[in-house]
Design a protein around this ligand. Structure first.
Ligand SMILES: NC(=O)NCCC[C@H](N)C(=O)O
Length: 398
């Protein structure tokens, strides 16, 4: 896969599940949600999103399904138990007893614990008294839930024929990578997939990784992906022959702009939808391999110029959401700029961003609208909620 817009053939989504039911007004900030979603409505909205994709011929893989299948393998099951049990939180006695309990459960139950977590009151009854158990509130988490699994974009990303497992920044999301690691290592469909980024640990998140064109990768650097993450990913994609140019794009370190794809996504082979404030302010460092294992860095220059040059096109068209500043800010917050391309010029967007969608339509982009009143409570749109695993190359211009 070497573009953002080639016809989408297969995508990994996560239908929100019981992990969202763990959110309360006391923990939602820490768990990176802005409000408490109505879970059954979020599921309906997500089902409708998946149906829009299926209706356009996209194969939809659901994370819970592929995780359960992976966990049928005994080695994956053991690794899943290891990923669930945190000795530092539980102390050795309780950790041992939870490990032996989880070792005995089936793949379905283990997958549920890995996704939705477990409270102290849900732990299997243990022999004797554990100080840890006695001193914790019954509804404290013995295993943290992962409500942000919904945003499959961030935890892994395909670059060319390889998959990169991210190194997530926020503590609330870090364990997600263990689940993706199991899926890619043990699911029959994926276990032969080569890895990109290897065992690097500098933070990168998929929402910051954008395949601008074959051989050209943009990496946002801000609240999530760090400069060291961008540098490591650049070296890694050069070493694997996946790219000839990486553009590293500084973005404001704030929740509203947590990833590059919150301000800019590709809607055609040569066009992006972009938050107006980002249009004139985004810059980029251009990184290229030196040929002897090193990299050379140039810039910063304006992002649009750096991108067009790397993509070898005259200019990157911008569909500037060009609205009045207040509407632009509201629609950016509500993921108006976070579209998922199904093909060149065809994108999925939240219907609530009426003005952004009108501007896209006026520019000739077909927008397939989905509702996201509940899905959006975690601050993520169609691109954040999808990890493309197969795209065809974009059709050549005739
Ligand atoms: N690519 C994206 O922008 N993903 C959205 C992630 C939202 C999630 N609640 C987070 O804060 O990480």
């Amino acid at each position: 896969m070497d573009s953002e817009v080639g016809p989408l053939r297969a995508v990994l989504l996560h239908r929100p599940g019981n992990e969202l039911k763990r959110l309360t007004p006391r923990n939602n900030d820490k768990l990176l949600f802005d409000s408490i979603p109505w879970v059954s409505r979020a599921q309906q909205e997500h089902d409708a999103f998946a149906d829009v994709l299926r209706g356009r011929g996209v194969e939809v893989l659901l994370l819970a399904d592929v995780l359960r299948t992976a966990l049928e393998d005994q080695r994956a099951h053991a690794a899943g138990v290891h990923a669930a049990v945190d000795d530092r939180r539980l102390g050795s006695d309780l950790a041992d007893s939870l490990r032996s309990h989880l070792t005995s459960v089936d793949a379905h139950t283990l997958a549920e614990v890995l996704m939705a977590g477990m409270t102290f009151e849900e732990l299997p009854s243990a022999e004797g008294a554990s100080l840890v158990r006695m001193m914790h509130h019954p509804r404290d988490f013995a295993v943290d839930p992962l409500p942000n699994l919904l945003f499959t974009r961030d935890s892994s990303a395909w670059i060319g024929d390889r998959v990169a497992i991210s190194s997530l920044t926020m503590p609330a999301r870090r364990r997600e990578t263990a689940l993706l690691d199991l899926v890619y290592a043990y699911h029959p469909r994926f276990r032969h997939a080569a890895r990109a980024y290897g065992a690097h640990s500098a933070p990168i998140e998929g929402g910051d990784v954008m395949l601008l064109a074959p051989g050209v990768v943009a990496i946002g650097v801000g609240e999530r992906t760090t400069p060291a993450g961008a540098e490591s990913l650049a070296r890694s994609v050069f070493a694997d022959g996946l790219a000839h140019t990486v553009v590293a794009v500084p973005i404001e370190q704030s929740r509203a702009t947590m990833h590059l794809d919150t301000v800019c996504t590709m809607v055609d082979v040569d066009a992006v939808v972009m938050y107006p404030l980002a249009r004139d302010s985004l810059t980029a460092f251009t990184i290229k391999p030196t040929g002897d294992g090193g990299v050379k860095v140039a810039g910063p220059t304006p992002f649009l110029e750096a991108a067009a040059e790397a993509m070898e096109i005259d200019r990157l068209r911008v569909i500037d959401t060009g609205l009045d500043p207040v509407t632009a800010e509201r629609e950016q917050w509500d993921d108006g700029n976070n579209t998922l391309a199904l093909a060149p010029g065809v994108v999925v967007g939240y219907e609530r961003n009426a003005e952004t969608n009108e501007r896209l339509a006026a520019a000739g982009i077909e927008v397939l609208p989905i509702t996201g009143s509940e899905l959006g409570s975690g601050r993520g749109g169609p691109r954040c909620m999808s990890c493309p695993v197969r795209r065809d190359p974009p059709p050549k211009e005739s």
